[in-house]
Ligand binder design. Structure first.
Ligand SMILES: [Zn+2]
Length: 317
């Protein structure tokens, strides 16, 4: 569905998506440079609320979730193929994980939900110090394309700001040179005010001079959160990035926070416990299993735990 990005198309997008999260994938008319721009404000706020995150924790997880969404150009659109981004640094954030499928359903968690706020001065403005919160360590991407074994690849964290680290991964592991920008802005009230990002990738056949031109544009762009708070939408960001080029829209992606967990999957974790432990839980009056990815709590009565033991004993699992 190659569609020229003009005023009518922009009006249609605005009406269709309103305040919902979504992304726009577009290419230059020469079909050689691709941009994927996303707005993830709502899904980041939902993650913040579900997990009860402090501001800096919300920023780190928000960037990770937006980052994994930008990686969906590596999987098939609209499918159950999945991509998972794992950031393991030695900073206070601890383990940070986000996962998305081809339908734009994302979920994620951060080990330290309550990182103490640390800021640094950037051009006279106070910014959250994401780099110190993440620290040094590794970035791992796991692609589950529905084949026998998922594809997994790791690179060292070179920055800790997450966007640069994703660009480094794409270059090293996928041989795709990319420019990545991510941002999460927390308001005075502690709520997520804006979140999103974009990725630019030259496709085979891109002209050197076009790449250089876009690189220069990207360097001079305001931060992505500033663009989103000044009412710019993903399609506007695409236009800003590709200023001076004709732009065609390739695809739209609706984005949402959605976890795959259920009482069924929670029961799977009970099934993995030894019988003695399950008997202890029965004595204690039941068990609570919390999903890492969305903090939903599943309650199991002693009666239900007895059934789990039965299942274990019949080996019917
Ligand atoms: Zn869940």
């Amino acid at each position: 569905m190659l569609k020229r990005l003009d005023e009518q198309v922009k009006k249609d997008f605005k009406e269709y998506f309103k305040d919902r999260d979504y992304g726009v994938i577009a290419v230059t008319e020469e079909d050689a440079i691709r941009v994927f721009a996303i707005r993830t404000t709502n899904l980041t706020e939902i993650a913040r609320l579900k997990h009860g995150l402090f501001p800096l924790s919300a920023v780190v997880l928000g960037r990770t979730m937006a980052g994994v969404i930008l990686l969906t150009t590596l999987i098939k659109h609209g499918t159950d193929q999945r991509i998972l981004l794992r950031i393991e640094g030695d900073g206070p954030a601890g383990l940070v994980v986000a996962e998305v499928n081809g339908k734009g359903e994302v979920r994620g968690f951060i080990q330290n939900k309550h990182i103490e706020t640390a800021t640094k001065d950037v051009n006279g403005k106070k910014k959250f110090d994401v780099r110190s919160a993440v620290g040094k360590g590794t970035l791992t991407v796991i692609k589950d394309l529905g084949l026998k074994t998922p594809y997994e690849s790791s690179v060292p964290l070179i920055s800790g700001e997450i966007a640069e680290d994703i660009a480094y991964y794409l270059l090293k592991s996928e041989q795709i040179p990319s420019a990545v920008s991510l941002g999460v802005l927390i308001g005075e009230d502690g709520k997520v005010k804006a979140a999103g990002g974009f990725i630019v990738q030259p496709l085979p056949g891109a002209k050197e001079e076009s790449i250089a031109k876009i690189e220069k544009t990207v360097k001079n762009l305001p931060p992505v959160t500033e663009m989103l708070t000044s009412d710019k939408r993903p399609e506007d960001i695409v236009e800003e990035v590709l200023k001076g080029f004709g732009v065609n829209v390739l695809a739209l992606k609706e984005l949402s926070f959605r976890c795959r967990c259920s009482k069924e999957t929670a029961m799977q974790s009970l099934l993995m416990l030894p019988v003695e432990e399950l008997e202890k839980l029965i004595e204690e009056g039941g068990a609570e299993i919390t999903c890492n990815f969305c903090s939903t709590v599943y309650y199991f009565t002693p009666e239900e735990i007895k059934n789990v033991i039965k299942l274990k004993e019949t080996g019917d699992n």
